[in-house]
Structure formats: C-alpha cells, structure tokens
Design a protein. Sequence first.
Length: 390
Amino acid sequence: MFITERDGMAVVKLDSGYNIGVPPGSCHLISLAEPVIVKQQEVLQNTSLPNLAIVSTGGTIASRIDYRTGSVTSQFNANDILTAIPELKEIANYRTVPLATILSENMTPAIWQELARAVYKEIKGGATGVIVTHGTDTMGYSAAALSFMIDTPVPVIFVGSQRSADRPSSDNTMNAVCAAAAATSELGEVAVVMHATASDDACSIHRGTRVRKMHTSRRDAFRSIDIAPIGVVAYPSRTVTLTNDAVRRKTHTLALHDNLDPHCALIQFYPGMSEDLLKAYEGFHGIVIAGTGLGHTSTTLIPQLKRLSDKGTLIVMTSQCMHGRVCDRVYDTGRDLLHAGVIEGGNLLPEVALVKLMWVLGNEKDKVKAAALMQENLKGECMRRSPHGL
C-alpha cells in the first residue's frame, strides 16, 4: 500500500506491517484504496474491577493503525484503547483523560504541572491507580517531575512504546497490559513500566526518579540506574512482584505540590568549553552541570560559576557517568568548585537533578534551605551510599 512520498522515495507499507522506501518510478498504480471504515462496538467494562484512570499525553503507545492512510493515529477514549487491547478489560475499569497530544520532546514544565493536577484530580476522584501514556524520549523527566509534585497513596504508572502499533514487533500491547497490572498492585509511588528484556516475558517497574532511557530503539531500552528495578510484571500471567524497597499503597496521604521554577538549565561540560557560554545563563535561578568523573569542569569556568553563584544562582554538580556519585573533595578542581558555591548532587541523575531543582526552587526561595533540599533524599532520587561500592 502506497502511503506517501518522502525524501524523493515512495513509502510503501508491506503486508508484514513494515514500511519501505522505493524509487517512485518503480511503482505502478493498481487501484485506489477504498476508504475503510472500522465500526467499533461499545466495549462493556466490568465495574466490579478496580477503577483506573488513563491520562494521555501522546506518544507512540497512544496510537492505532489508521487504515485510510496506512499509518498510525492517536487514540484517546477508553473504547478505542479497549478495542485495540482487549486484554485490558480483564484487569480494570477505565476512565480516560486526554491531556495532551504531543511528541515527548515538546513536553514542558507547564505541561508537567497540568499533568500533576490531572493525576491528583483522578486519585481524589476515586481512581485506585493511574496510568500515564507518554512518549519514551522524555518520559524519565516527566516521571521524576510527578514524583516530586505528588504524594500518592496509589500507583502512578508511566508507560510508553518503543515501536508503533503497525509493526509486528510493537511493544505497545504488552507494555500497556503490564502497566495496568502494576497500577492495580500494592505499589504506592510513581514508576515507569517498560519491557524488561528483548523478549515478551516481563516488564520492569522502575522508580520514577532513578530511570533512564538507554537505547534509541530497543524494546528494553529503560534501565534503573544504580538501583535494581522496584518490581517486575510477568507476562502473560500479569503477576506483579515488588521488592522490599518499593513504596506500598497508602504509605503517603494524597497531596499536590505543583509549584515549579522553570528558570533552570542543564549544562553538559565538555573539554574546551568557553566561559562565555555560561554568561548566557546569567539571571537563571538554578543550573545543573553534568561534569566529568567525580563532578568537575575546567578551572577556566570556575570564576564565572562563582559570579553566577554570588548573584544568586543555585548551581548543582552532577556527573556525566551513569554510575557512582559526585565527590568534589578529592581533587583541587573539585575543592575550588565548592569554594565557588557549587553544591554536590550526590548520585542524582543530571535530568532528575534539573527537575528536582525546578521543584525545590518553586517551593523554597531561601538559597541555603534550597541547597540543603537538593542534597536530601526526597523521593528515592539520591542515596547516601551507592550500592555495591559504586
């Protein structure tokens, strides 16, 4: 089936579900495709099952095949989702909230706030668990943001799909089913549920403040960093097993803390970086630096960092390394950074440090108290000791 022409090639969908590009001259029109109208039957839900809310922000998982174009299109209501993934109706009763339809790189702190308020409203309204469908590229940022903004007594599960519904290797069905199972479990925190392996045998449950996408396209792209996943969902049995470290239901009383300060930035240091680049951040309320190794920049940047700090910018040092923690007391450069007003970010992931800094500065204006909060473990985002000596 011809879909469109792109980059000088005709895009054709094969019977296997995959798309290929071929020279337009090699294509011959056989017939025009007749519009296919798919009539959906109303899917009856079992009201005796747990009540889950699905809050959609877009992403590959919130899509279905459009037989008119041969591509995928967004799906928003419960009937669409249950028609596409019938197994879900065996797990829970669903209400859907179409919050946004965006590519995840277009996510913003303002949408995080809307998302937190929507999730809070659903839990307050009786949802025993919430599923957030989200594009995978920035899902780690959003999961961390909600971890700080909501004290939740029920599971809040972020889920996405690495491969779209029109591909035979799509992971959307299994991820969605495992997310629903996790949302009905005894978990009581914000988590990300995605494929645990390249096979269709289990999904990992990752803490929302310790997870990162580690591969562009693999189905098992998501990994917990410096900790083990806090649980696993076996498939197809849908059995949920939580670790002792996982926060349980009703540990927290529902509360919303949705203030954020978006005037923050994440900067990656690199050799030869000019101090002039830092001048562009004058006036920012907070900066996270992903430094080298134990948390370093070149010595040429330190005077400008001190000027920023003296003017009120809270500067947090993290590491570009995926494992271990920042320690700026080992080398002279690190000690000079501390004297310049830079604070150590422990083993905070750089992107989590950015989100946390936005949240801390949105709720605490005193710089000394804000700095202390950045080094305090609030939602499992940083540990005093790294496991296994990391």
